[in-house]
Design a protein around this ligand. Structure first.
Ligand code: FES
Length: 554
């Protein structure tokens, strides 16, 4: 009576309490997360589907993470969203959950929660914005910003032109429409089998986005009835599919961290090296910014992710089960491709196999680092240069315009103390713009090395996720300006050319930075966050705890 009576204050008729499945709709809607601001309306479409299939839908908020506004970085809060959503899924009397996400961290955060609770779940991402249009050309969110930032710095663009251009870039609801982290994670969710076919690519304002949401509302009731839970869908095979799909779409390096964290929740064995090994024979098929030319709207019209997965064929585990209750092979068997310039065929790929994420190791990154080859400059993939070291992005920005900065195109910029503990939260600061004096000379890329992340919309020859990070005492903390550094991507090596004895001497002089906070979430985070090579989850959140509540409180 207590449960029913209080719920009836919302005006529900008594039939909804007849034992039908209760479906939670977790929405990361917020006006502070502009990429997710339409999810409230997407939820209405999900509810239609749930009612249609005899379920009882109840929408509730989960922490919205707006990539562009949250300080110091939305990544600091991915694990907090995952923890909050996990507890909400478990503590409320739900039979299944629909996960509504969009902006970068909301997709992995909700999937991590669903993985740990293992209630039947389906994801509906909010979809990308329409293509940006500026001066007769398509402009991609994020990717254009990096270019305009350099144009502004070099005097090729005025501030007024920037104001106008930014409105042209963001002209509809939706998340970034490049193959940045949001589009990557939406595609990864589809490749894992956790969202319906085509769901990643429908633009946020497309009616079929809402149709798909309604269908997801129907499907979640089926998932509850058949007890098809995330752990039965997100298997090792599904993760291998996601890694290969990520290579084929030219996806974000952030997928590495998020997939490792998700696998950790499920107990699926997955390592950093799997990303290099599994992507080695996968060509890049999708010609999207930042690696290519087109944007998500074009990807949708060309056939979306099912066309890519059909093309990959036996490179995928086509027998893997998905939320449709059918296999990957059954989902994509008839998927057409309407534009081979956007989605290339396997026999004429956009970029050859082996141009995806490379995992580097060496005395500078004993536990690994990653580099997105398709976004790098080919002539820098084998490079030797002297380090120019900064202990924060801010320290670099303070001198970026200095005409006397001691740097040339061969210099290796090292930006450190940007890892999970360091910044804290491992922000997307690694692709710092080049020194102004080099931009003015027409230099467009340099080797950069950082223990932070890079936006999925960014490009450049940037070594990321260096592990262990500097703040945890990794060798990156021991580099000094003037040291020689060798990057050899074909050999997967990142080497600091300093003798071990000298490194030992420097280590003895090194002191760890003070903790970033003395209390609150940041303290909990920095005390417990794991390194990037295992997904930067909190140590006590690894694994699953199921959906049983420890004991009744009423
Ligand atoms: Fe939200 Fe790019 S800022 S998806």
């Amino acid at each position: 009576m207590t449960h029913r009576s209080w719920m009836r204050s919302q005006g529900f008729t008594t039939e909804v309490f007849d034992g039908r499945p209760v479906i939670g709709i977790a929405t990361t809607w917020s006006e502070l997360a502009p990429c997710n601001v339409h999810l409230h309306r997407v939820a209405e479409s999900v509810k239609r589907g749930v009612w249609q299939s005899g379920g009882f839908p109840l929408e509730f908020p989960a922490m919205a993470l707006g990539e562009t506004l949250l300080r110091p970085t939305a990544m600091l809060y991915r694990n907090l969203l995952a923890m909050e959503a996990e507890e909400l899924f478990r503590a409320n009397p739900l039979d299944g959950v629909v996960l509504l996400s969009g902006c970068d961290k909301t997709t992995p955060g909700l999937l991590m929660a669903a993985a740990s609770v293992d209630l039947p779940a389906i994801m509906v991402t909010g979809g990308p914005k329409l293509n940006g249009k500026y001066q007769g050309t398509d402009v991609g969110s994020g990717t254009a910003v990096w270019r305009w930032e350099e144009d502004l710095l070099a005097g090729r663009m005025t501030q007024e032109e920037c104001f106008f251009a930014e409105g042209c870039m963001s002209r509809s609801d939706g998340h970034c429409m490049t193959m940045g982290t949001a589009s990557t994670m939406a595609s990864v969710a589809e490749a894992l089998g956790m969202q319906l076919p085509y769901s990643a690519a429908w633009p946020a304002v497309d009616a079929r986005r809402y149709e798909t949401a309604q269908r997801a509302g129907q499907v979640i009731v089926d998932l509850v009835n058949s007890d098809l839970t995330p752990s039965k869908i997100m298997t090792r095979q599904a993760f291998e599919n996601a890694i290969r799909v990520n290579a084929a779409i030219g996806g974000s390096t952030n997928a590495v961290i998020h997939l490792l964290a998700m696998a950790g929740r499920l107990g699926v064995p997955l390592s950093l090296d799997d990303f290099d090994a599994l992507a080695a024979d996968v060509p890049t098929l999708v010609n999207l910014q930042p690696s290519g030319q087109y944007l998500m709207e074009d990807f949708c019209y060309a056939g979306g992710l099912p066309a890519v997965m059909r093309e990959l064929g036996d490179l995928l585990h086509t027998g893997a089960i998905t939320v449709t209750g059918r296999t990957v092979a059954e989902n994509v068997a008839e998927a057409p491709c309407w534009n081979r310039d956007v989605i290339h065929a396997m026999d004429a790929p956009f970029q050859p196999p082996g141009t995806g994420t490379a995992v580097l190791r060496g005395n500078l990154a004993p536990d690994g680092a990653v580099l997105k080859q398709s976004a790098a400059s080919p002539h820098l993939l084998k490079h030797r240069g002297r380090a120019l070291v900064f202990d924060s992005p801010e320290a670099y920005y303070a001198v970026v315009a200095d005409p006397d900065l001691d740097a040339d195109e061969n210099t290796v910029l090292v930006i450190r103390y940007c890892g999970p503990k360091g910044y804290p939260g491992m922000p997307e600061v690694s692709n710092v713009p080049l020194p102004k004096k080099l931009l003015n000379r027409g230099v467009r890329d340099m080797v950069r090395i950082c223990d932070g992340r890079m936006s999925g919309t960014a490009y450049g020859t940037v070594v990321l996720h260096v592990t262990p990070e500097a703040a945890a005492g990794g060798p990156l903390a021991l580099v000094r300006t003037g040291d020689w550094v060798t990057l050899d991507v074909p050999s997967r090596a990142l080497t600091l050319e300093v003798p071990d004895e000298e490194l030992a001497r420097r280590r003895a002089e090194w002191t760890a930075p003070p903790p970033a906070a003395s209390r609150g979430w940041t303290r909990l985070y920095t005390d417990h966050v794991l390194q990037a090579d295992t997904g930067a989850d909190l140590d006590f959140l690894i694994g699953a705890s199921g959906h049983e509540v420890p004991r009744e409180s009423h």
